[in-house]
Design a protein around this ligand. Structure first.
Ligand code: ADP
Length: 208
């Protein structure tokens, strides 16, 4: 037997593609998962909670982890650090969870470099650019300028779809959710190289 450890599912795609809607729809049907949260040194705001909005850490802790190469990526914004720490990811993996990342194409590359053999990546998109625009306008969470910016980013990112294992076209939400669920369940069957090698060694069990 090969016991299954945790695996990674990367979700990318334009803002407005429907990533949150899809995850919400299938969240009860894909087993135990950990949705990767950013780590930050900015003070917690009223109404926020550790492990819900961010992982909140001190500046010292953050810098120590940068030096120990424990960040997939990080940046400073207004004097505070923000990044994706590998600590909570490793913790969730050791508990056998499906670790879900909602990240851009650059983040996908960073995950691939560090955790490639246990990662399944999906690019989610509406069927067309005009449909993306329509949904962003209908969502009404962003100004005209922000929507224009998101459209420009989307045009760039769609060019890199071939870097992903799967593309899910979110036309009908229920259909896309079914496809996403299938991929998430299959992603769980990925086995890290080290485990495969151990299995191969055990497999040759004939004494000669
Ligand atoms: P993301 O998390 O990728 O930014 P959202 O989940 O916020 O995207 O979806 C963007 C908007 O599009 C939301 O208003 C959502 O209700 C709508 N939406 C998502 N999927 C569909 C779909 N298949 N058909 C029509 N509207 C959709």
């Amino acid at each position: 037997m090969i016991e299954h450890n945790g695996v990674v599912l990367v979700l990318s795609g334009p803002s407005g593609a429907g990533k949150s809607s899809l995850i919400n729809k299938i969240s009860d049907e894909i087993g135990d998962y950990y949705f990767s949260l950013s780590t930050t040194t900015r003070p917690m705001r009223k109404g926020e909670a550790e492990g819900v909005d961010y992982h909140f850490v001190s500046k010292e802790e953050f810098v120590k982890d940068i030096e120990a190469d424990n960040f997939l990526e990080y940046a400073t914004v207004h004097g505070n650090y923000y990044g994706t720490s590998l600590h909570p990811v490793r913790q969730a993996l050791s508990e056998g969870k499906l670790v879900i990342f909602d990240i851009d194409v650059q983040g996908n590359m960073a995950v691939k470099n560090r955790l490639g053999d246990i990662t399944t990546s999906i690019f989610i998109t509406p069927p067309t650019l005009s449909e993306l625009k329509r949904r962003l306008e209908k969502r009404s969470t962003d100004s005209k300028e922000i929507i224009e910016g998101r459209i420009q980013v989307a045009r760039r990112e769609i060019q890199r779809t071939s870097e992903y294992d799967f593309i899910v076209i979110n036309d009908d939400l229920d259909v896309a959710a079914k496809v996403l669920k299938q991929i998430a369940l299959t992603a769980r069957l990925k086995i890290p190289h080290i485990k495969i090698n151990e299995f191969v060694q055990r497999w040759e069990d004939i004494e000669e």
